[in-house]
Write a protein that binds this ligand. Structure first.
Ligand code: NAD
Length: 486
């Protein structure tokens, strides 16, 4: 019998008035149900928002240093419970356990960073043209912020939103993806343990079309921070603009790697495959296209296949697994359909291409790591996000054509180049349309103390993480104090 978990509102664990639940299922073993979670209603969403609304005045009035201390205490809690969090991430979203431990480490680093940010300046003193005037700016909280998050980084993404939101004085309502409510519940337990004042953090589990929509449309909400697919994000942008709310959107990617003939091909292949196949390509920054320049195509394709053959496929809980199950059966079918469409469009499978159903694998959502060659740069598979372990090889006659191909899609999240040329590396950094750029590095993998976000349809432009987060989670007052009048 699975345990039933509750929403967290105004410091209390509460059930939904729907009397319905959502199950969280292990992607590696669909018989393993992690628990039942509230299928919340619009009324539940309103209760969460009311709670955040009631708490906002008191929370914004306490010292920023004190708010930071709550985050530092949360970081300690996470450190003390890191094994439980990592195991739960792996069980709930299928991630390889080493990567889950990495995600927990990243969440701790984010809480520490924004905890310390509690003691940092929150405005500027600026010279006035009148020496008698003290001219300064002050950052103020937005109020109630809705956080709508995806399943693929169920701990790090909510934390990288809520840590700056809270330290700068906002109160929040979190709606996690329906596939990963357990990790969100563990986050609520963390805030409960550290004694965050009632109503400052609220958790409402439920569908995007019910709870998600209400978290955007309720008039007491002042801003929405969303990470997820581009279609959902665009819809949220329209609704938020209509409500006059600030919005922050981080969305999909179709991240390219360009390989030049002078690169260390072995290293380039190793890193490209790591970016494409780890976590089965379910990272927004996963490598999805490799654009190979000149006459190295055949040799580089062989290297890619060789590296992929050595990857161990299995459940994330096994420390050796690199290629893990995808989130659910719907996603599995979608990936297979996209591969089939690519073949109809003229692509060739050089490795993988099929679901894995034998033995233990039948219980989970496994698909072979797949490499496609002969991919036209403007075909469906080369332009649309797959969110699975599928890498498309595209050939380019020279560097300029490779840049053109890389920039030809609607997305602009992350991109990498492999070359020994300093000049071309710097030229790439200038010309590539991406928010995250790696020179001789993997498209995936970020550090928390620097801004993160994409260009074009990958982002609304307001950066997350690092110092940049203050721009989204605060408003600015400019204050003129004229001493000559006193
Ligand atoms: P999704 O868009 O389906 O869902 C994201 C969240 O939005 C979920 O909580 C969902 O319930 C909610 N939602 C869905 N419809 C909604 C609506 N109409 N109104 C309000 N909320 C709604 O995305 P997903 O499948 O959970 O995540 C995968 C996607 O996220 C991929 O496209 C990936 O690239 C993207 N992603 C982007 C980043 C980034 O930082 N750029 C990071 C991780 C994932």
């Amino acid at each position: 019998m699975s345990k039933t978990f509750k929403n967290y509102v105004n410091g209390e664990w509460v059930t939904s008035d729907s009397n319905e639940t959502i199950s969280s299922i292990n992607p590696a073993d669909n018989d393993d149900v992690l628990g039942l979670f509230q299928a919340s209603t619009i009324n539940d969403a309103d209760n969460g928002i009311d709670s955040a609304y009631s708490a906002k005045k008191e929370w914004s009035n306490i010292s920023q240093v004190e708010r930071g201390n709550y985050l530092l205490n949360a970081a300690k809690y996470l450190e003390n419970n890191s094994g439980k969090f990592a195991d739960s991430i792996t069980r709930e979203c299928g991630k390889a356990i080493l990567e889950s431990r990495g995600e927990v480490g990243r969440a701790i680093a984010l809480l520490q960073y924004y905890g310390i940010e509690g003691s940092n300046p929150i405005g500027d003193v600026v010279p006035s043209i009148n020496p008698k005037i003290l001219l300064y700016t002050k950052k103020i909280p937005l109020g109630v912020v809705s956080l709508i998050t995806p399943w693929n980084f169920p701990l790090a993404i909510p934390i990288w939103k809520m840590a700056p939101a809270l330290v700068y004085g906002n109160t929040v309502v979190l709606k996690p993806a329906s596939a990963t409510p357990l990790i969100a519940t563990l986050i609520a337990e963390m805030w409960d343990y550290v004694g965050l004042p009632k109503g400052v953090f609220n958790l409402i589990v439920g569908s995007g079309s019910t709870v998600g929509e209400r978290l955007i449309n309720n008039p007491k909400v002042n801003a929405v921070s969303f990470t997820g697919s581009t279609n959902t994000g665009k819809d949220i942008a329209v609704k938020s603009a209509q409500n006059g709310n600030k919005f922050q959107l981080e969305m999909g990617g179709k991240n390219p790697v360009i390989v030049l003939p002078d690169a260390d091909l072995n290293q380039a292949a190793e890193i490209t495959i790591s970016g494409a196949m780890k976590y089965s390509g379910q990272k927004c920054t996963a490598t999805s296209r490799v654009i190979v320049v000149g006459d190295i195509l055949e040799k580089f394709t062989e290297l890619l296949v060789e590296k992929t053959k050595s990857l161990i496929i299995g459940p994330g809980i096994d420390e050796k697994s690199i290629v893990v199950p995808v989130i659910d059966k719907h996603s599995l079918d979608n990936i297979e359909n996209m591969i089939n469409k690519a073949i109809k469009d003229g692509a060739e499978i050089v490795h993988g291409g099929s679901k894995i159903n034998e033995g233990f694998f039948d219980k989970g959502n496994f698909i072979q790591p797949t490499i496609l060659s002969n991919v036209e740069h403007d075909s469906f598979i080369a332009c649309e996000e797959v969110f699975g372990p599928v890498l498309s090889i595209i050939s380019a006659k020279d560097y300029d054509e490779a840049i053109e191909i890389a920039n030809s899609v609607q997305y602009g999240l992350s991109a990498a180049i492999f070359t020994k040329s300093l000049n071309l590396s710097m030229d790439f950094a200038e010309r590539i349309e991406a928010g995250v750029i790696k020179i001789n590095g993997e498209t995936a993998g970020l550090e928390p103390q620097v801004p993160f976000g994409g260009l074009k349809s990958s982002s609304s432009g307001n950066r997350e993480q690092g110092k940049a987060a203050i721009e989204f989670f605060t408003n600015t007052k400019t204050i003129y104090v004229d001493r000559s009048a006193t």
